[in-house]
Design a protein around this ligand. Structure first.
Ligand code: IPM
Ligand code: MG
Length: 375
């Protein structure tokens, strides 16, 4: 890893060198990462930084070359970088040969493996309604109101995803078991992240669980309450996950920071992104205890439109902006990328997924060009 900090006399601008690992992945992954890199190149040009890139194979792309979705080499390369920017992984489960492999060798196992190997326990998934994209929001005007802006803080390396699992046959009857396990340390560290984030926003945390049924949720609730004592300015509310699923469509404005465990967060974050009507716009960050992180769009690999220059690269470009902000500490540059996205939307450019009457339809590469040019 190399990192230099130089001060340019007179301008007060920090010129930085970073190592960025790119994971193009599968489906639309390579084309959306290409556009995000275009935007990062423009950031480097404008602000004088130097990013050195390395490419990592993950998911199906790794299976095709190495027979497994994640290699030790890939983990080492990710660890040697300052941050990782990912496209998407996975293919069509009905037609892709990757899904004939046993579950632990399929593309998704690679993603889960790298999250665990890099200890990326904090998954931040903002769900934001762009004013320009109100037409794409499936909710009624009176529910949308002034729009909404929430962030789901999802625990990412514990719970059902990583508990013991097995499928056995007993007396000719097949039985499958998945285990939902959390230690108080795992709950505490994600709760601390959520409260820290809340302190920078409107100081509200809604912790989501199923404490009326699950022991793991009762522990979750008690640890979150302990953590809350260190943040007297933050208002904490607890909500049952079934109620939260309902409230997200009934009144999404009520939410700011939603803190929840891995599986609930997986489900609720898809719901929250659908509510914004523009899943192609939503970024995400997966962080560990340090400033290191893996950044990826909230959407999947969309194999049906892969390679057709139709995918919306904005979620990946905004994930690159999150990377600038959280891992590289380049706030001004992150602001510039977000402003460029906003400008291009205001000018009426749209990819197919967010197209509406009177707007200008562009492809993946054109959208990347426009955003890079707006920086
Ligand atoms: C996500 C995805 C993954 C998850 C899959 C691909 C394993 O749905 O990032 O939300 O369930 O975490
Ligand atoms: Mg998901």
């Amino acid at each position: 890893m190399f990192r230099q900090l130089k001060k340019e006399p007179g301008r007060g601008m920090r010129i930085m060198d970073f190592n960025i690992a790119l994971i193009p992945g599968d489906g639309i992954g390579p084309e959306i990462v290409r556009e995000a890199k275009k935007v990062l190149d423009k950031v480097c040009e404008k602000y004088g930084h130097k990013f050195a890139y390395s490419e990592i194979l993950l998911g199906g792309a790794s299976i095709d070359v190495h027979g497994v979705p994640l290699t030790e080499e890939a983990i080492a390369a990710a660890k040697a970088s300052d941050a990782v920017l990912m496209g998407s992984i996975g293919g069509d489960a009905k037609t892709s040969p990757w899904y004939k492999l046993e579950p632990s060798r399929r593309p998704e196992a690679g993603l889960l493996g790298i999250r665990k190997a890099l200890n990326l326990f904090a998954n931040l998934r903002p769900a934001y309604l762009y004013n320009e994209l109100k037409a794409a929001c499936p909710l009624r005007e009176d529910i949308i109101g002034d729009g909404f802006d929430m962030i789901i803080v999802r625990e990412l390396t514990g719970g059902l995803y990583f508990g013991e699992r097995k499928t056995v046959e007993e007396n000719g009857i097949r039985k499958a078991v998945d285990t939902l396990v959390y230690t108080e340390e795992e709950i505490r560290r994600i709760a601390v992240k959520a409260f820290d984030i809340a302190m920078k926003r409107s100081k509200k945390v809604c912790s989501v669980d199923k404490a009326n049924v699950l022991d793991s949720s009762r522990l979750w609730r008690s640890v979150v309450e302990q953590v809350a004592k260190d943040y007297p300015e933050v208002t904490l509310e607890h909500m049952l996950v079934d109620n939260c699923a309902m409230q997200l469509v009934r009144d999404p404005k009520q939410f700011d920071v939603i803190l929840t465990e891995n599986m609930f967060g997986d489900i609720l974050s898809d719901e929250a992104s659908m509510v914004t009507g523009s899943i192609g716009m939503l970024s995400s960050a997966s962080l560990n205890e340090t400033s290191f992180g893996l950044y990826e769009p909230s959407h999947g690999s969309a194999p049906d439109i892969a390679g057709q220059n139709k995918a919306n690269p904005i979620a990946t470009i905004l994930s690159a902006a999150m990377m600038l902000r959280y891992s590289l500490d380049l706030d001004q540059e992150a602001d510039a990328v977000e402003a460029a996205v906003q400008k291009v939307l205001t000018e009426g450019y749209r990819t197919g997924d967010i197209m509406s009457d009177g707007c200008k339809l562009v492809g993946t590469a054109e959208m990347g060009d426009l955003i890079a040019a707006a920086i």
